[in-house]
Ligand binder design. Structure first.
Ligand SMILES: [Cu+2]
Length: 310
């Protein structure tokens, strides 16, 4: 088989490399539409890392596909040529080339992602000074910045199939919605009543498991006012998909107003006022018309669970 000579002109190879780099950069910089909005300080670091990874992936994908398509045309069989191709045993330059580039890329991404992981505080000692005997658990807790506004502590209780929030410093508990003041760091102290759940708000780009018998923490700073959704990200039972509640990021005034209005209502009254999904639909089967439990209904389910002594 006749093999045509490859064009080894360096300016040609460098131009192809530059084009690939430009294409990778373009993919990375225009990838914003792929992700939900950035609603926390931490989401910016996560997205920057994602852009680098996407850029590298685009360069590799386009480079490999480009060589493949080029080879398919440049080295296609010539009519009447039924001979075998030459047997080639290794090429030291090529070996170095395709070992070095992936090594550098993987090392760069490993160091960069570890740095982001550290900046988010994952793996640092638990913030808040409570020792729940769970040293070594993976957790995401931002390093303490003494000059910053003190974080707002929120207790989160996860259960099949509800999220319940308490604001101990404000003496408000039993909330089925999560309200967060914009710009203020928050620390969530999360416990599970039954199985493993996971706290996940895509717009915050953070996820943390909630594990029975332990307290896991998550700290972040919401930066964009709006209404988001907290979803359980760990398959936790038949109605796992219904473990969705609203998260409101709002200015301090609205947050204070909401807290004050909630604090004025005794927890028992708040529970009694809620529609009782458990009796209308029969626990544990939610009404067919409400496949997703609304946040105000989750408390009704919890109330039923509590009345059953669970
Ligand atoms: Cu769950």
């Amino acid at each position: 088989m006749r093999i045509p000579r490859i064009n080894q002109n360096w300016s040609y190879i460098v131009s192809c490399g530059a084009l690939l780099a430009l294409a990778g950069g373009w993919f990375a910089l225009t990838s914003g539409w792929l992700m939900p909005v950035e609603a926390s300080k931490e989401s910016v670091q996560i997205d920057d890392l994602f852009r680098w990874m996407l850029g590298f992936a685009a360069v590799i994908f386009l480079g490999v596909q480009g060589v493949l398509i080029y080879a398919a045309f440049a080295f296609r069989r010539v009519k009447g040529d039924n001979g075998d191709g030459p047997h080639i045993h290794g090429d030291i330059k090529l070996e170095i080339f395709w070992t070095l580039i992936p090594t550098v890329l993987v090392l760069y991404l490993a160091i960069y992602s570890f740095d982001v992981f550290q900046q988010l505080g994952a793996g640092s000692p638990m913030w808040g000074g409570h020792d729940h005997g769970d040293a070594g658990l993976p957790r995401i807790v931002a390093p303490i910045d003494k000059s910053a506004v003190p974080p707002l502590k929120i207790e989160v209780q996860a259960m099949q199939f509800a999220w319940i929030f308490a604001y101990p410093s404000k003496k408000v508990e039993g909330m089925a919605e999560l309200h967060l003041p914009v710009g203020q760091p928050v620390v969530l102290e999360m416990k599970s009543n039954d199985v493993i759940h996971a706290f996940w708000v895509p717009e915050f780009r953070l996820k943390q498991d909630v594990i029975p018998g332990r307290t896991t923490n998550l700290s972040f700073t919401p930066t964009r006012p709006g209404k988001y959704q907290l979803r359980c990200a760990e398959l936790c039972g038949p109605y796992h998909g219904g473990m969705v509640v609203d998260v409101y990021v709002e200015d301090q005034k609205s947050f204070d107003k909401w807290l004050t209005s909630q604090a004025a209502v005794p927890s028992a009254t708040r529970l009694a006022q809620l529609p009782d999904l458990a009796t209308t639909a029969g626990y544990p089967v939610p009404a067919a018309t409400t496949p997703v439990l609304r946040s105000d209904q989750t408390l009704a389910v919890v109330r039923h669970l509590r009345s059953q002594g669970q």
